[in-house]
Design a binder for this molecule. Structure first.
Ligand SMILES: O=C(O)CCC(=O)C(=O)O
Ligand SMILES: [Mn+2]
Length: 188
């Protein structure tokens, strides 16, 4: 049996529902959401969700064949980052935000294994808003966690070299969801 518990750790309520409600509303409102293009087998498509990337000044991050320039940390994101760092016990220098507007928005199977990501650090994923299913595959087996409002999912150091994950579309009517994945990006 594939040992998913070696690679992921889920805490359902790191933010109380009222705090999580406030953070969701603030981030939905103040984030300069974009819909960048993704390259898949040489063809370009808009990503099926909205995104924003924040990081320490001077960092660069290229994913899906596109170089991204970071936005500057906001007080709300700094506060979320501080709580995540307290839970995880390591420091992060960037966060990628995703807004899944409804069940048609999704994130396809992938691993966050780009060379600019420090694979000796975990990736910490905060969920706000509608619960969405997070699927993982490891050694030919799949598993899932339903990521709740105010939860924290930690993918341990090295997980991206072992397993893939995705957030599939759903036909079930679901409201919007914001996800924040805190990462460590190498300085160039
Ligand atoms: O929305 C999620 O829970 C996952 C997001 C993700 O995997 C990513 O942005 O790399
Ligand atoms: Mn990911």
């Amino acid at each position: 049996m594939a040992d998913f518990s070696k690679w992921i750790h889920y805490q359902p309520q790191v933010w109380q529902p009222s705090e999580a409600d406030q953070l969701f509303a603030l981030l939905q409102d103040e984030t300069p959401w974009q819909q960048p293009d993704i390259k898949v087998f040489g063809k370009t498509y808009p990503v099926p969700r909205l995104t924003a990337w924040y990081a320490d000044a001077g960092l660069q991050y290229e994913y899906s064949g596109i170089a991204h320039q970071p936005l500057a940390w906001t007080p709300a994101l700094q506060a979320i980052k501080a709580r995540v760092e307290g839970q995880v016990g390591c420091g992060f220098n960037s966060v990628l935000l995703n807004l899944y507007r409804d069940g048609r928005d999704s994130n396809g199977w992938h691993a966050d294994n780009e060379p600019e990501l420090d694979s000796t650090c975990p990736i910490a994923s905060v969920s706000l808003g509608a619960t969405r299913r997070f699927r993982m595959r490891l050694a030919g087996e799949t598993e899932h966690v339903d990521l709740a409002h105010g939860s924290l999912l930690v993918m341990q150091a090295g997980a991206q070299q072992q397993m893939q994950h995705c957030v599939p579309k759903t036909a079930r009517p679901v409201g919007p969801r914001i996800n924040l994945t805190f990462r460590v990006v190498h300085r160039q």
